[in-house]
Design a protein around this ligand. Structure first.
Ligand code: ASP
Length: 581
């Protein structure tokens, strides 16, 4: 080894020892006849001291050094006179008597410190420099730890990790596929997996019983802060299980990760029905760290001549606690905020419960003070509160108010970032009707089984069928989801019919799975967790990008290696591809 120790391990116990450290120069400070260098490696930072007295040659060499030079320095460990309590090596320094420049460095385009001066795009371009920053490195260390712990837990539970192929056939899971042209089969394409869904089911048919994999998945979607074209899942499948078994097994995984990584016991995970979370929180991934539940008002509010409410499928409100003092301007701003397409509300009605006990609303024309009092009673408000009400189509209105609930929770400081509140959501609708194409789509994917009591509805009322599916949500983020699968060939065929597949199309796309089901498919089910998201939540980050070594930017580009990029005429020809523009 070129070094005797790392930059993170020396302390008072080493005083007097001769050591050699290697690393990058983070900072150089000159003071009188002394030069101080902060030397950094993956493990920490150690202060080097160069003294001009008696060491003119060494001192001359120090003058050549610059930020991010890679050096090796040897000398004696000494106690510092002014200690730095912020770092583990802060009690000591190295009195250097020999220095080697292992490599020079250009001046880096941004400072390699926790609070860097580099903008996002620049840091992405020089990601290898960004990764030198402790804050970024720590995220990847956390990711590594989560992966190791996951593998430990899964192994303990008898799961085996099996790799599934990356060049596969398109599986419809709601997103677009990335495709790869096949040179040897002109005009034909592979697809990159959106998930290993069908493979893990085939592994159950094969009798593997308990499978998992930390696996790359690819979805060609529009990007947002918590999306990347390639991302990782903890993908799992089990045979001979019910929904309860799966929830118990993976609540176990979550609890284990909470304990090991965050050092906290998250308590029992509530299991809540989809309909209830939509009714109470206006979201299928509710943040239950705070209350402010949605209050349905149909019965109390309708029939007083206010057309907007009378015509609405649902009238629903929240209590913005302590916001009665909101000015007209603030309420107007809030109204504009909810009318943006991202929220999609048609408007916002308010009832203000003044600290003097009076009720004042934007619908005073239609509701007498007594009627307002009855309404206020529904909210269990106290003087000083502000009721915010929306009306319209049921789900759309619930969702819009759910979005406002989160916003108000943030504005009012009701969300404690140190608290974790996981929950399971169950009994999702199996299908979603699409008005444009006039057909049903699988809300999860076409392999999800209906809850057993609802199977008969496939012929009569498919829209009412509940899925034997579940999501794990933590603090308003969907961490994972899965389902008990269909394992019966006839039921799977029926499902494809309901989804508008012709028998030929179903056979062409999923024949391999349905055929497999004819050879003794065990009852099975599984789940997949968004690994990057889970790391982000545990790391307290904003974007999954910060927890990936080499992420892509918002337009799906890797600006460091500059891709996607064009390929040569020759390659195109070989692949039998003609570009039209
Ligand atoms: N394959 C599903 C997904 O990626 C998860 C599952 O059903 O196991 O969402």
């Amino acid at each position: 080894m070129l070094r005797t120790h790392t930059c993170g391990e020396l302390n008072m116990q080493f005083v007097g020892r001769i050591v050699t450290l290697c690393g990058w120069i983070q900072r150089i400070r000159e003071m009188g006849g002394m030069t101080f260098i902060d030397l950094r490696d993956r493990y920490g930072i150690t202060q080097l001291v160069f003294n001009i007295q008696g060491q003119p040659d060494l001192f001359a060499k120090v003058k050549e050094l610059g930020r991010e030079f890679v050096i090796s320095a040897s000398g004696k460990v000494a106690e510092r006179s002014s200690k730095n309590t912020k770092i583990p090596t802060g009690d000591i320094e190295i009195l250097v008597d020999s220095l080697k420049i292992l490599n020079t460095s250009k001046i880096p385009p941004f400072t390699i410190e926790d609070n860097t001066d580099g903008g996002e795009e620049l840091r992405m371009k020089y990601r290898y420099l960004d990764l030198r920053r402790t804050v970024v490195r720590k995220n990847l260390e956390l990711r590594h730890r989560m992966a190791i712990l996951t593998r430990n837990y899964m192994n303990e539970q008898g799961f085996i990790e099996i790799e599934t192929p990356v060049l596969i056939k398109s599986t419809p899971e709601g997103a677009r596929d990335f495709v790869v042209p096949s040179r040897m089969n002109p005009g034909q394409f592979y697809a990159l997996p959106q998930s290993p869904q069908t493979f893990k089911q085939l592994l159950m048919v094969a009798g593997f019983d308990r499978y998992f994999q930390i696996v790359k998945c690819f979805r060609d979607e529009d990007l947002r802060a918590d999306r990347q074209p390639e991302f990782s899942q903890i993908d799992c499948e089990m045979s001979f299980v019910t929904q309860d078994d799966i929830l118990a097994t993976f609540e176990g995984l979550a609890r284990y990760l909470f304990l090991e990584v965050k050092g906290l016991d998250p308590g029992e995970f509530p299991i809540i029905e989809y309909d209830s979370v939509m009714r109470d929180y206006g979201s299928d991934k509710p943040d239950i760290r705070f209350g402010m539940k949605l209050i349905e008002l149909n019965e109390t509010i309708k029939g007083k001549g206010f057309k907007v409410f009378d015509d609405a499928e649902l009238v629903v409100g929240i209590n913005a606690i302590g916001c009665a003092e909101y000015s007209r301007k603030q309420i107007d701003e809030l109204t504009e905020w909810v009318k943006r397409p991202q929220v999609g509300a048609s408007g916002l009605v308010y009832i203000r419960y003044g600290t003097d006990g009076t009720l004042k609303s934007s619908i005073d024309k239609f509701y007498s003070p007594d009627e307002l009092k009855v309404l206020a009673g529904k909210f269990s408000v106290v003087p000083g509160d502000l009721m915010l009400i929306m009306a319209g189509k049921k789900e759309k209105t619930q969702t819009a108010l759910g979005t406002l609930r989160i916003e108000m929770g943030k504005r009012l400081g009701l969300i404690d970032p140190t608290v974790f509140k996981p929950l399971w959501i169950v009994n999702f609708p199996l299908l979603e009707w699409d008005e444009v194409s006039k057909r049903f789509y699988a809300k999860h994917h076409p392999f999800t089984s209906p809850v057993p009591q609802d199977i008969s509805l496939l012929d009569t009322n498919p829209g009412a069928i509940r899925a034997n599916a579940y999501d794990l949500v933590i603090n308003g983020v969907e961490i994972g989801g899965g389902s008990i699968r269909i394992h019966n060939c006839d039921l799977q065929k029926k499902m494809f019919q309901v989804l508008g597949f012709t028998d030929e199309l179903a056979q062409e796309q999923f024949g391999f799975l349905m055929n497999a089901f004819e050879y003794g498919a065990p009852p099975h089910g599984g789940i997949a967790f968004g690994f990057d998201r889970w790391c982000t939540i545990f790391g307290g980050g904003e974007s999954i990008r910060d927890f990936m070594a080499f992420p892509k930017n918002n337009s799906g580009r890797d600006v460091m290696i500059d891709t996607p990029s064009s390929i040569s005429e020759e390659q195109l020809k070989e692949l039998n591809i003609k570009l039209t523009s």
